[in-house]
Ligand binder design. Structure first.
Ligand code: SF4
Ligand code: SF4
Length: 364
C-alpha cells in the first residue's frame, strides 16, 4: 500500500480507500470479510456514505481493537432512519444520525466529518446558516471530530466552501469524463475543475475521490461518453495524478472487488497509463499537460509530469511547490530539447517550449 500524508495533520492515508455505497447489498459475513481483507492489505480510509445502514455495524464489529489504525469519513447529511440512505440538511436529523453512526461504529470520535453532498448554492447557504456548520465546528472544538470536510460535485460550491478556510479535506468526483464535461456530474468548465484541484493542493486541503469510474460508465464502451472503455487502474491512476488528491474511494460489493482493486499496486506502468484519453478528449485538452508521464523516459532524466505539476501549482500560488521544484534532481534547465516528449505526448503539449518557459520562471 502507498500512503499520502494529510497536509493539515499527521494522518497517513492509503491512496486506495473504500467506498461503501454498494457493500450493503452483501451478506453480513461478506461485509465483515471485505472490511477485514481491506485492513489486512493496508487500506485505512473508509467513506461511510453508504446506501444502507448495515455497513455501520459491520465496521463497529470488525474495527474493534484497531480503531486508531482506521480513518472514517462520516457524512453530516446522510441519514439511515429507514435502514436505507437518506439525504438531509436538517440540523436535528443530522445530530440524531451522527449519534446513531457513532453508536453503530462503536467509536466516540470521527476522523473526518463532511458536510454531505452540497451541490447547490441554496443548500450551501442552508447548512452554513441553519446551525449545521456551527455543530460541526463545535464537535471539532470538543475533539469529537478531528477534521472538517465537504463533499460536492460542483466546483463553484467547493470554491465557496474553501473560502471559509475551515476545510482539511474535500470529496470530489474526478474522472476523465467529468473533467472534460461529459456525463451526469461533468459540472464546471475544464479550466475551473483544474483550478479547483490546484487550489486544494495550494491551500493544503486533501481530496478524496468519489466516482473515479464515472459510476462504472467509463468501464464499458457501451456506456462510456467517449465510446471507449477505460480500465479501473487507468481511472485510479488518473485521479491520483491530480493535484491535491490523497485517496481514491471506489465502491466495492465484496472481497472480489477489493482483490481486483489491490491489483493496481502490482500493475505494470502500461496498465495504469491513461494517456489514451488524449485521443478522445475535447479541444480544450489539447496542449495542456495532465502529468501522465506517458512521454517518459526523458533522455535527460527529467520527471516531465512532476515538473509541470510544480510549475502549475506554483503559478496558482503554492509556495511549497516552488520549494519542491528547487529540490528536484533534474530541472527544466537540464532539458536538452530533444523533442522526444513532444513526439510522445498524446495531448500535443509542446513540452520543449514549455521547459524553456519553466526554466525562465524558476530560474533553473
Ligand atoms: S507532456 Fe504530455 S505525456 Fe508528458 S506528462 Fe504532460 S501530458 Fe503527459
Ligand atoms: S525535450 Fe527536454 S524534457 Fe522532453 S524528453 Fe527531451 S530532454 Fe526531456
Amino acid at each position: 500500500m502507498e500512503y499520502r500524508k494529510l497536509p493539515k495533520g499527521e494522518e497517513q492515508i492509503s491512496v486506495l480507500g473504500l467506498g461503501t455505497s454498494s457493500i450493503g447489498m452483501a451478506e453480513e459475513k461478506e461485509i465483515d470479510a471485505t472490511i477485514h481483507l481491506a485492513l489486512e492489505n493496508g487500506i485505512n480510509y473508509f467513506d461511510l456514505a453508504s446506501a444502507d445502514a448495515a455497513p455501520f455495524a459491520a465496521f463497529g464489529r470488525t474495527v474493534a481493537g484497531n480503531r486508531d489504525k482506521v480513518y472514517f469519513q462520516v457524512h453530516f447529511g446522510a441519514e439511515y432512519r429507514t435502514g436505507k440512505y437518506g439525504w438531509t440538511t436538517d440540523l436535528e436529523t443530522i445530530k440524531r444520525s451522527v449519534d446513531w453512526q457513532l453508536k453503530e461504529l462503536k467509536t466516540d470520535y470521527i476522523d473526518f466529518g463532511f458536510l454531505h453532498c452540497i451541490d447547490e448554492e441554496e443548500d450551501l447557504e442552508r447548512v452554513m446558516f441553519n446551525g449545521v456548520l456551527d455543530y460541526i465546528e463545535k464537535l471539532k472544538k470538543e475533539n469529537v471530530l478531528h477534521h472538517i470536510g465537504f463533499s460536492t460535485h460542483t466546483p463553484s460550491t467547493a470554491d465557496r466552501m474553501l473560502d471559509t478556510g475551515l476545510l482539511d479535506m474535500m470529496m470530489f468526483s474526478i474522472n476523465p469524463a467529468y473533467d472534460y464535461q461529459q456525463g451526469d456530474y461533468g459540472i464546471g468548465e475544464v479550466d475551473e475543475r483544474t483550478a479547483l484541484y490546484r487550489r486544494c493542493q495550494t491551500e493544503k486541503v486533501g481530496i478524496s475521490v468519489m466516482k473515479a469510474f464515472g459510476g462504472g460508465k467509463l468501464l464499458s464502451e457501451k456506456t462510456s461518453p467517449f465510446k471507449k472503455a477505460l480500465t479501473e487502474y487507468q481511472c485510479i491512476q488518473y485521479a491520483l495524478d491530480k493535484p491535491g488528491v490523497l485517496t481514491v474511494l471506489p465502491g466495492v460489493r465484496g472481497q472480489e472487488d477489493v482483490r481486483r482493486l489491490l491489483g493496481f499496486f502490482d500493475a505494470a506502468p502500461e496498465e495504469r497509463d491513461y494517456s489514451v484519453i488524449g485521443t478522445f478528449t475535447p479541444a480544450e485538452a489539447e496542449g495542456v499537460c495532465v502529468y501522465c508521464n506517458h512521454c517518459q523516459p526523458c533522455p535527460a532524466g527529467l520527471d516531465v509530469g512532476l515538473i509541470n505539476k510544480y510549475y502549475d501549482l506554483s503559478l496558482a500560488g503554492d509556495a511549497l511547490a516552488k520549494d519542491h521544484y528547487h529540490h528536484l534532481g533534474k530541472k527544466a534547465g537540464d532539458c536538452v530539447g530533444c523533442g522526444h516528449c513532444d513526439a510522445r505526448c498524446p495531448f500535443h503539449v509542446k513540452q520543449g517550449e514549455r521547459m524553456q518557459e519553466i526554466r525562465e520562471y524558476f530560474g533553473e
